[in-house]
Design a protein around this ligand. Structure first.
Ligand code: UDX
Length: 428
């Protein structure tokens, strides 16, 4: 099929590369000239495993064509995906300006029947608003649809090639048929439904996962009070298939471009429909408190932060990405610096992004540098690489051998054997 995808971020670029690899002919549109130039040369503007290889393959076959031009990409397309950002606006609602701008640009170039699919995470009713914008401008028939994306950064290609489910929200049987055919080579369950339901499935899924994380974080806090081990609790809970073992890792709270934004947006959607989503409000509050709790642990371990040297391992919002959006690690480091702490940090992929965002931060080329004459080292992102550091040698470099592990990455017994004062989350 002929596809046009608007927005070359994580979702748009990954979808484009995957659809191209499945044999479709894909135009990938973005308004950012530098991004399009970078993509044309086969480079991915952010760190995402497997994506550069897939991009290069599709470019060389000619099945994926990055472009700035709507007039090149839209007229022939059977299916057009809107994959632009819906960042959080000041009041917490999703900012839909990029979605509506994309709709207008599509409408001006529509020359034949196409299915216009929203993949961006949007409040219920947005796809209908997209339809109204296009209807006013376009002179041909078209359908709109909603197919939310569930990929995880760091695993985006795998998730897109192996989805658990494909949600297809449409208003007509014709659009449903087109979209079922488009996805026919992909595994996973199919959920065919109406557009509003598809839109809310995405928010409900992310809000539920965020709830699991806040829940286990509260259990971890309780474990600290009663002297029990949250990892055993999570294991004991997670083996029940109704609960499931995933997303039960306690830590410093969730971050990233989705959970913080989507939980707040869903809370506001409920509020604007006169419904008070009490549970979601608590999930959001617990997440913020979890970051503060960690700061409290650092204060209790090193005393007044003024002038203290702190090493920080991890800056990205999770491992396997260079993304620092809503990163709990950066948030905590910012607080440490504001309280007078001197922070040296290392992340395998996110150093450059973090430095741009927080110029007061000293970034190190190697994790080892974060230990030099420091009063404590913090683990803030769950990069597995940090498990295998030469801890005995590193201890000697520190002023005080204190490790505060916000991701429960290390083994408490081993760390104490190495001679560290070791503090983690919800473990005795
Ligand atoms: C998420 C959803 O998982 C994905 O389905 C959706 O399409 C986009 O949002 P992503 O933002 O890439 O994906 O990250 P994810 O792997 O879900 O992690 C989100 C945050 O939760 C990270 O900060 C991570 O460190 C944290 N997390 C995750 C925990 O603290 N504990 C866990 O058990 C799992």
């Amino acid at each position: 099929m002929k596809i046009a995808i608007i927005g070359a971020g994580y979702v748009g670029l990954t979808s484009a590369a995957v659809f191209a690899s499945l044999g479709h002919s894909v135009w990938l549109l973005d308004k950012d000239k530098i991004k399009i130039k970078t993509l044309k040369s086969g480079r991915v503007p952010f760190y995402e495993p497997e994506l550069p290889e897939l991009l290069k393959k599709s470019l060389s076959k000619g099945s994926l064509k990055p472009t700035l031009s709507f007039s090149e990409a839209i007229p022939d397309a059977d299916v057009i995906f809107i994959c632009v950002g819906t960042p959080m606006s000041k009041n917490g609602e999703a900012d839909l300006s990029q979605v509506f701008a994309a709709a207008e640009s599509i409408a001006k170039q529509l020359k034949k029947y196409s299915v216009i699919v929203n993949k961006s995470t949007v409040p219920t009713g947005t796809t209908e608003r997209v339809k109204n914008i296009i209807r006013k401008i376009a002179g041909v028939s078209f359908d709109v649809a909603s197919c939310p994306e569930f990929l995880r950064e760091g695993n985006a290609v795998y998730n897109t090639l192996n989805p658990d489910r494909i949600v297809i929200g449409t208003e007509t049987k014709c659009a449903e048929k087109v979209l079922l055919r488009l996805h026919e080579k992909l595994p996973g369950g199919r959920v065919t439904t109406d557009i509003r339901t598809a839109e809310i499935i995405k928010y409900a899924s992310n809000a539920f996962l965020a709830t699991k994380i806040s829940f286990i974080n509260e259990i971890a806090n309780l474990c600290e009070e009663v002297g029990t081990n949250v990892e055993d609790v999570a294991l004991g809970m997670g083996l029940d298939p109704r609960i499931g073992k995933d997303f039960l890792k306690p830590g410093i709270g969730y971050g990233g471009s989705c959970f913080p934004k989507d939980t707040r947006a869903l809370h506001l959607i409920a509020h604007s429909n006169s419904y008070t989503f009490k549970l979601l409000k608590a999930v959001i509050e617990v997440n913020q408190t979890q970051r503060r709790n960690f700061l409290g642990k650092v204060r209790r371990a090193v005393g007044d932060l003024k002038g203290k040297k702190i090493g920080a391992l991890g800056l990205a919002f999770k491992n396997n990405t260079d993304d620092i959006r809503e990163s709990a690690a950066l948030n905590i480091i910012d607080w440490l610096i504001k309280e007078g702490g001197r922070v040296k940090a290392f992340d395998p992929k996110a150093n450059a992004n973090a430095k741009k965002n927080l110029p007061a931060l000293t970034v190190c080329k190697k994790p080892e540098e974060c230990f030099l004459k420091t009063d404590a080292v913090l683990i803030l992102t769950e990069w597995p690489d940090f498990k295998f550091l030469p801890w005995t040698a590193l201890k000697k470099k520190m002023r005080h051998p204190i490790v505060i592990d916000g991701r429960n990455l290390l083994d408490p017994i081993e760390m104490r054997k190495f001679g560290f004062k070791y503090i983690s989350v919800g473990r005795p």
